[in-house]
Unconditional design. Structure first.
Length: 237
């Protein structure tokens, strides 16, 4: 999913793993004492609080699609050939994803949620980070992901508007970073997985270097396609 995976792609505190998503330091009590909804609310806060533009690319097999990530209140993913911008606005109660082609802006409707972005393994729904707003999240355990002790969340998708039935999230207990996201179909079968594989420092801030997005065949449980999202550095550097 992430893509906030994509928004949080430019986080300030990855603390050793994924941050495509970092929000600020969170307390680290045991999961039984933790407010799951409060953690997700923190995840929806703009991770930078400043302006930045980054050069990035999507890699799918031999295909590479360059684009820019521009953070300026909202997060914009800007593509060329053809020109297209996908603009993410994380509100208090919902996220809004808008598509701009030329001079025309239009909201991305639920009917398009399962469409792929530029033929990759990322869907419009993933990019919109809708799972951060689903109701009644539960912390179901703790696991270590890439040496980071993490809470394991499970959230049921609302009926009718999602290609997913359930999402599972792993959130770093120390830094609040999303370590992994898995999306399951309504029958409870894994169909997509997002995981940060490398991070980097840019202007003294930790942020994403590379994220892996995998599409899984729900029948065979095998990965059938894979996309990497790479942050190459500051735009114009």
């Amino acid at each position: 999913m992430f893509v906030h995976l994509i928004l949080r792609i430019v986080s300030t505190r990855v603390l050793g793993a994924i941050s495509v998503m970092v929000w600020g330091l969170l307390p680290s009590p045991s999961f039984a004492q933790t407010d799951a909804e409060a953690i997700l609310r923190a995840a929806r806060v703009n991770p930078l609080g400043t302006q930045i533009a980054l050069d990035a690319q999507l890699r799918n097999g031999r295909n590479k699609t360059p684009f820019q990530i521009v953070v300026d209140g909202k997060v914009s993913y800007e593509f060329e050939n053809p020109s297209q911008a996908l603009i993410l606005d994380l509100g208090d109660d919902e996220s809004r994803l808008t598509e701009r082609i030329g001079s025309k802006n239009a909201p991305v409707r639920p009917a398009r949620y399962d469409e792929r972005v530029r033929g990759t393994d990322i869907s419009f729904e993933d990019l919109a980070l809708k799972f951060l707003y689903w109701k009644h999240p539960k912390i179901i355990g703790e696991e270590t992901i890439r040496s980071r002790r993490s809470w394991k969340f499970e959230i049921q998708a609302p009926r009718g508007d999602s290609q997913y039935g359930v999402a599972r999230l792993w959130i770093d207990q120390e830094g609040g970073a999303l370590m992994r996201v898995e999306g399951y179909d309504p029958q409870g079968r894994l169909i997509r997985r997002f995981e940060v594989v490398d991070v980097q420092r840019i202007d003294g801030q930790w942020m994403l270097k590379s994220m892996r997005i995998e599409t899984v065949n729900p029948e065979t449980k095998k990965v059938i396609s894979r996309t990497y999202l790479d942050v190459l550095g500051k735009a114009g550097a």
